[in-house]
Design a binder for this molecule. Structure first.
Ligand SMILES: C[C@@]1(CC(=O)O)c2cc3[nH]c(cc4nc(cc5[nH]c(cc(n2)[C@H]1CCC(=O)O)[C@@](C)(CC(=O)O)[C@@H]5CCC(=O)O)C(CC(=O)O)=C4CCC(=O)O)c(CCC(=O)O)c3CC(=O)O
Ligand SMILES: NC(=O)C1=CN([C@@H]2O[C@H](COP(=O)(O)OP(=O)(O)OC[C@H]3O[C@@H](n4cnc5c(N)ncnc54)[C@H](O)[C@@H]3O)[C@@H](O)[C@H]2O)C=CC1
Length: 197
């Protein structure tokens, strides 16, 4: 049978979580960049022996702590999530082992089998956010799909969300009635009739 993507997408409130990135090279920078692009108030600290100047300025812009040090196990204390992106493969693996002992969620760069989650391609228009994953098989496809959806989803999609949100609060009746009403007024948006889910 054809393999399918069994990952379960969630939308994390990363301003309420404590995230550690270990490594401040190109990969560490990219992880930080995409995290902050989607969630500018993410609560994240970066630890590395050396940082790229662009990582230093990005952290400064977002008021984030960067710590110039070798990784130490105790830096995992009070974290929810750790992302390891050093150029030391053995160290990255050790970070994974330490994270597992503490029940942290871990993402180890370049090592999909040592990832509890993947970072996906992200499309964002106002309140609307779409996350894309190729099951770790082709990040380039995730990037191209992100660019495609950025093109085709109208800029004013947020207007629709706001309008419907406002309308929803004016509908009287029980839950079923509300669902009926919301489905009715959005019926014409469907290009062709498919299923109701
Ligand atoms: C598993 C995962 C781990 C994770 O990061 O969580 C992972 C792993 C790897 N990436 C690799 C390479 C590249 N990654 C990108 C780009 C992105 N990679 C992202 C996610 C993920 N990458 C996760 C899976 C997501 C999924 O399920 O689809 C994106 C979507 C989001 C983000 O990074 O935050 C971001 C696009 C963001 C955007 O633009 O929107 C490009 C393209 C480019 O930069 O132009 C290349 C070069 C081309 C290539 O090699 O394909 C390699 C091979 C390294 C090598 O060459 O050895 C591995 C390791 C491996 O596959 O073994
Ligand atoms: N550069 C790239 O585009 C890609 C790199 N990779 C892999 O991702 C990993 C990271 O790559 P880059 O970011 O390019 O490496 P890099 O060499 O640019 O950066 C490595 C970072 O790790 C830090 N570091 C090393 N040992 C440390 C320690 N003991 N404690 C704390 N920090 C430590 C360094 O100070 C530096 O900030 C490598 O394993 C690489 O093979 C994978 C895909 C693409």
């Amino acid at each position: 049978m054809e393999e399918r993507n069994e990952l379960y997408p969630v939308f994390l409130k990363v301003n309420k979580l404590n995230i550690l990135i270990v490594g401040g090279g190109n990969v560490g920078h990219e992880k930080l960049h995409f995290l902050l692009k989607s969630s500018p108030n993410a609560n994240v600290e970066v630890v590395a022996k050396e940082f790229l100047p662009e990582t230093e300025s990005l952290a400064k812009k977002h008021g984030l702590k960067i710590t110039k040090s070798r990784y130490k196990k105790k830096q995992l204390k009070k974290r929810h999530v750790v992302i390891a992106a050093t150029n030391d493969e053995k160290l990255n693996k050790r970070i994974y082992t330490h994270a597992k002992k503490r029940f942290l969620l871990a993402n180890i760069a370049d090592t999909p089998h040592l990832c509890d989650f993947y970072m996906g391609g992200i499309v964002n228009k106002g309140h609307v956010k779409i996350a894309i994953s190729t099951n770790g098989k082709s990040p380039t496809t995730a990037k191209r799909l992100r660019q495609f959806f950025e093109e085709v989803i109208p800029e004013n999609i947020n207007q629709m969300v706001e309008n419907l949100n406002e309308y929803r609060s004016t509908i009287k009746g029980d839950f079923d009635e509300k669902v009926n009403q919301m489905n009715k007024i959005t019926e014409s948006l469907k290009a062709k009739k498919v299923s109701n889910d």
